[in-house]
Design a protein around this ligand. Sequence first.
Ligand SMILES: C[S@@+](CC[C@H](N)C(=O)[O-])C[C@H]1O[C@@H](n2cnc3c(N)ncnc32)[C@H](O)[C@@H]1O
Length: 229
Amino acid sequence: MQDTAELSTSKLGTKKYWDELYALELENFRQNPQDTGDCWFSDSDAEQKMIDFMVDNIGAHRITEDASVVDLGTGNGHLLFELHETEFQGKLVGIDYSEESVRLATSIAEATGVEEFVSFEQADIFSADWSPGKFDIVLDKGTLDAISLSGMKINGELDVVEVYAGVVEKILEKDGIFLITSCNFTQDELVQIIETDKLKMWKTINYPVFQFGGVQGATICSIAFVKQS
Ligand SMILES: C[S@@+](CC[C@H](N)C(=O)[O-])C[C@H]1O[C@@H](n2cnc3c(N)ncnc32)[C@H](O)[C@@H]1O
């Protein structure tokens, strides 16, 4: 018998899963425009914490009110819509490999009249053809987590997690910030995955800490990295 926990874990790593989810969310949104879909990590208030972090750090590195921002694996685009409600008025771009995500997020942007400021594009971030230019801020909320469940190999050999930092480095301006939130990796693991000669850990966001069997930990972590010149 197949272990259902394992099945649902691996399903999160497939495009089919996301296409079906966002197609359903789009249908729901069409029937009820108040329903813009699920917000990943809402239990931990991660989205608000990421936004507060960026607002609090305006003036540091390339974090400015007109900073260009890209959200990798944007889903329903909620993070960018909320960011647009704050001081951030630069170019906000959401990328997702699911066409249904782009349809859903674009429909929400049009319905709320922000399509001039918040736009969405379909792309697989690991595709060699994908060259969106460079951004001041790169965001990831739950995307590396999903990617790590795909078991995908690049050129048949390199694990996607191993090449992820290179993707971020490619699209980040010098002195730009990469802010990532994960529930699948510990803070130490995330630093291990992301840090390169150029990408260095800068700051972290605090979450409530749990204690179990004498071990302390948080169920989620957010880390900001800065791209050094
Ligand atoms: C866990 S969801 C997070 C969605 C959104 N960031 C949020 O916080 O609600 C992961 C997202 O990554 C997208 N994704 C996974 N692999 C991708 C890839 N190779 N290129 C672009 N998007 C990808 C999925 O379609 C999905 O929308």
